[in-house]
Design a protein around this ligand. Sequence first.
Ligand SMILES: Nc1ncnc2c1ncn2[C@@H]1O[C@H](COP(=O)(O)OP(=O)(O)O)[C@@H](O)[C@H]1O
Ligand SMILES: [Mg+2]
Length: 270
Amino acid sequence: MQSLESFAGSILLSREKIESSVASAFVSYTSIKQKSSHIGLASSGGTIKKVKKRSPERTLYEFLSLRVWHDLLQHYSLLSPLKLCAPLPLGVSHLETEESALYMEFMPGYEVRKLGGQNLRRSFPVYIPEQETPVPLYPACALYLGALDCIKELEGLCHGDYDARHVIFKPFDPVSLAVIDVEGSRKDSFIEIDAESHYMFTDFERITPSHRDLSALRSWYEQGREMLSLKDKQPFFPEISEKVNREYDIEFNMESMSLNGISLRERGST
Ligand SMILES: Nc1ncnc2c1ncn2[C@@H]1O[C@H](COP(=O)(O)OP(=O)(O)O)[C@@H](O)[C@H]1O
Ligand SMILES: [Mg+2]
């Protein structure tokens, strides 16, 4: 097992590396005022830089959790017609300072919380694979949320801050649903994960503007769960977790939320 310092060194994105891979400036992607972190986007490379005041261990934990979510959702996307994803983590920097940076892939689309409003009509047609006719925006998103919840439940994976700000829906080709901000994610009991599913669905119902969509939401959500046909499937998490541990030669444990024995469980997340 390597030390956290040496692990951090192995995923460090030096200025030279950033310059050669990203090759454009990071611009502010979200409003600085409302966020606990500063999110920058280098548009040419599609790279997100998340600068946040937190311990280096937390940044490393989010890096590794992202990797697990990324590989897990990629696995299910290959098995089903629905594309679910999480950003591939690319590296870290400034771990020795108060505000460290985490680099990851940019997830295009809309934060689900901001889906409607001035962005898109509620009748925006979403072409979902294996559906003959396009599905309106909110029902389409409900279908993807159902699929995501189904995976979380089978895998026993809690997000930790699961709400409509942390899922990004891309309603145009290729349609996808992405999960972000997995800093507080962990393995947990079915009760906890089921509670997260309920919370997300309620959050989503709250932002769905039309009564007609609202009444159909649950059945689209259930259809998304069925489209994955996960009955009798075994969780894939153990294999991925082992692979990530082996690849980085560290002890990353999402059951105890620890990194080389250092527990990250008590501290809250945003
Ligand atoms: N990889 C990403 N792709 C697209 N948008 C992102 C990505 N990461 C963060 N964002 C945007 O930045 C916001 C804040 O990021 P988040 O990871 O939730 O930070 P915090 O830990 O401060 O809550 C998100 O709600 C989302 O709008
Ligand atoms: Mg957040």
